[in-house]
Structure formats: structure tokens, C-alpha cells
Design a protein around this ligand. Sequence first.
Ligand code: NAP
Length: 219
Amino acid sequence: MPSYLVAGASRGIGLEYVLQLAKRADAVVIALVRNPTKSTHLTSAIAGLKNVHVVAGDVTDYRTLELASKQVGEITGGKLDYLIHNAANLDMSTFFKGFDDYTDVEQLDSDFIDAFKVNSLGPVHSIRAFLPLLRASSTKKIVVIGTAGALPEFARFIDVSGTAAYTMTKAAGLLATTKYAVQLKDEGFVVVSLNPGLVNTLATAVNDSALLRVDSDFC
Ligand SMILES: NC(=O)c1ccc[n+]([C@@H]2O[C@H](COP(=O)([O-])OP(=O)(O)OC[C@H]3O[C@@H](n4cnc5c(N)ncnc54)[C@H](OP(=O)(O)O)[C@@H]3O)[C@@H](O)[C@H]2O)c1
């Protein structure tokens, strides 16, 4: 039975991963969410699906991921085949800002550090916490969901200086993924970053009106 863990599975692309993977009758799918009771889109979407397990974990809080790893081991019998790290900070109150949109540099620092914790350290925390379970499997596959926005050439191509915190911190997350790919290759791991392209996640969005703007210009 292949086992999959999707980190950041409450809504959007992560939720869709859960639903599509759960269609495989033999799959065990773990939906890692930071707040199970508030993950209402996930709860209603997986009602009746017996091969989906919801586990709590915040990718900025390593202790919660250690607890999650224990729970996942109990569900899967001590291994994990695929880790899909999808969680990201797309906080629409700050998402579109460029450096000069901040009058207060302390606010700039605070927003960038918040984004860094999720988008850059998040993948590091996830991979580190679930590595013992991944090592116990012969599959050894790790996917971190990236974005074209993390690439300097794309920023020049679309000629956009905004989305600075999101794209800078996703770029650091991409390099973290690459570092793990190098570190783990001799153990037989495949560690990749996948860019989903522009995906309309309005159906499960927290803030519809702001996300509508994403459709037109970014990601
Ligand atoms: N949509 C696009 O067009 C697009 C384009 C390129 C790349 N991407 C990438 O695709 C991925 C998913 O994007 P999306 O559009 O589906 O975003 P989304 O709808 O905003 O979903 C983000 C997910 O991450 C979770 N999350 C945020 N902070 C977390 C934390 N600290 N710990 C655990 N989970 C956390 C959220 O959970 P809560 O419900 O608890 O907030 C939510 O489930 C991201 O990595 C994004 O960078 C998206």
C-alpha cells in the first residue's frame, strides 16, 4: 500500500492532491493541516473516504511535526513512501507588496520573516521530521511544490517587482529542496521541486476578492 503525506492539505492545491491520491484504492493518504477543526473544505471533501487520515502539524513549529511523524508511523506501520510538501504563505494582505510598498521597515522585516518561516524553513522542517519514515521505505520520493515566481529570469520576464516576500522566500525554499536532493541522492532518494503553474484555487480560498487578482498577473 503506497503511503503519501501532503503537508498543507486544508485547501487549494494540497487538498486536490489528497483527493486525487485517495482515488487509488490501495493508497494511504495523510493530510497534514495546521488546524484540523478549521480545515472545513478538507473535512467536507474527504467525508466517507476511509483511506485519508488527517494529522495536525504546522510547518513553522517543528515540535508539532515530530508529533505528527509519530502518528503517521502508527498509521502506516513505520514508513512513508511519498512526502508532498505543499504548504505556503500566500497571505493576501501582503502577497502583492514590493519593497517600496512598506513605509515601515519593521513591518517589512516582520512580513518577510513570517513568509520565510513557512516558505523557506517549512520544507526543511517537513523533510527533517518525516525523513526517518521516508528512509524506512524503498520508494524515497520527496516533492516540494515551488513556483516560477522564485526564478530570477521569470521576475524579469513578467517585469514584476511586487510579490517580493513570497517569491524571495520561495526561492530559498527551492534551494533548500536542492540541498536535500544533493544530501540524500546517495541513499536513493529523488527530491524535486514541482511548479504547478497558475492554478485557480478560488473554490477553497480564504479571501475570494483578493485572490481574484492572482488570476490576472502572478504566480
Ligand atoms: N495557486 C497557484 O496558482 C500557484 C502557483 C504557483 C505555485 N503555487 C504553490 O502551490 C502551493 C499551494 O498553493 P495554493 O494556491 O493551493 O495555496 P493556498 O490555497 O493558500 O493553500 C496554502 C495551504 O498551505 C497551508 N499552510 C499555510 N501555512 C501553513 C503552516 N504554517 N503549516 C501548515 N500548513 C500551512 C494552508 O493551510 P491553512 O488553511 O491552515 O492556512 C493551505 O492549506 C504553494 O506552495 C504555492 O506556493 C501555487
